[in-house]
Design a protein. Structure first.
Length: 318
């Protein structure tokens, strides 16, 4: 991706709230409007040049289905800005926070590396390199601490806002009347950090919070409350359909980095004020770090493999 498109992507992301209003966007939101146009034109060049023939299966499949439905390459180019945003707007900060916690919380990195050995196989390749294969479908079964750290990252860094329409007059707690037809907005942060749901440490990051051994210690009522209060991917009929893909993508990359690399200078940043479309808080600023190969892993190339789909089902929630 060129520097221009990276800049356009960031400008579009920060302008989504105003663009949603769709009120003369070239006037009310010129920066975001120009950025959206630049990204769309780039996708048009991509499809007109038939570069999608060498793309991933998801892009090829999407193009095939939409083309069969009589959508033109220009139509698909306009749609695909959503794919770009889904792949970067929330996945990138989610990965950033997870990696930051793994490399800054005492003893977390060494413990995660230890459990990752159970899903990693290494073989010598013909070119003299070593190939390490990570079976990401086994993450939930074999890497409970890494999965718990990911779920805890979502708990403290998610920024989801659920929207619901009141179907009939409803009185809550004998004090709050919700009128039929009203729109209710429910940010996840109060639910994700409330002491009544998560205990007095609800505002702190605890990588072991979602471990099976930790959950087993809870009462039946506390388990129910936490399950209902944990909504990083939304809920109900609008539960994010891409939650398994996003989790596999993010945790898989985090596993690769943890196994093969050292990161010097990692530290936690403060989150910045989120934009309307962000489902995960973004860090406030950049963080210069030094990433280098882990000793003994200098000549290793990584490969990912799937496997048991039933095992993969547990990736998002456990």
């Amino acid at each position: 991706m060129s520097i221009l498109l990276i800049t356009s992507s960031r400008e579009f992301e920060s302008s989504v709230g105003l663009l949603f209003l769709d009120l003369f966007p070239s006037i009310t939101c010129p920066t975001g409007h120009r950025a959206r146009s630049a990204i769309t034109e780039a996708f048009k060049r991509y499809y007109n040049g038939q570069h999608n023939r060498d793309a991933s299966a998801i892009i090829q499949g999407r193009y095939s289905v939409l083309s069969a439905a009589s959508f033109t390459p220009d139509d698909i180019a306009s749609f695909d800005i959503g794919i770009l945003m889904a792949a970067t707007m929330n996945s990138n900060p989610g990965l950033f926070w997870l990696i930051s916690y793994i490399y800054t919380v005492p003893n977390l990195l060494s413990s995660i590396r230890s459990e990752l050995t159970s899903i990693t196989t290494t073989t010598e390749s013909k070119d003299g390199l070593c190939e390490a294969t990570l079976n990401i479908s086994l993450l939930h079964q074999k890497c409970s601490l890494l999965m718990s750290a990911w779920q805890e990252t979502l708990r403290v860094k998610a920024a989801t806002v659920a929207n619901r329409i009141v179907l009939e007059d409803t009185l809550l707690d004998s004090a709050y009347l919700l009128k039929k037809g009203s729109v209710i907005q429910m940010p996840c942060n109060p639910m994700h950090t409330s002491p009544s749901n998560w205990g007095q440490s609800g505002g702190d990051f605890d990588p072991s919070r979602f471990l099976p051994t930790s959950i087993d210690k809870l009462s039946k009522n506390d388990k129910k409350k936490r399950k209902q209060a944990f909504t990083p991917f939304g809920g109900g009929t609008v539960l994010c359909p891409g939650r398994y893909f996003a989790t596999s993508e993010i945790v898989g990359v985090a596993a690769m980095l943890a196994m093969g690399f050292e990161i010097e200078g990692a530290r936690m940043l403060e989150p910045k004020l989120q934009v309307m479309s962000a489902q995960v808080k973004h860090p406030d600023g950049d963080l210069p770090v030094c990433i280098k190969r882990r000793e003994g892993w200098e000549r290793v190339k990584f490969k990912f493999t799937g496997g048991d789909e039933d095992a993969a089902e547990g990736l998002a929630f456990g």
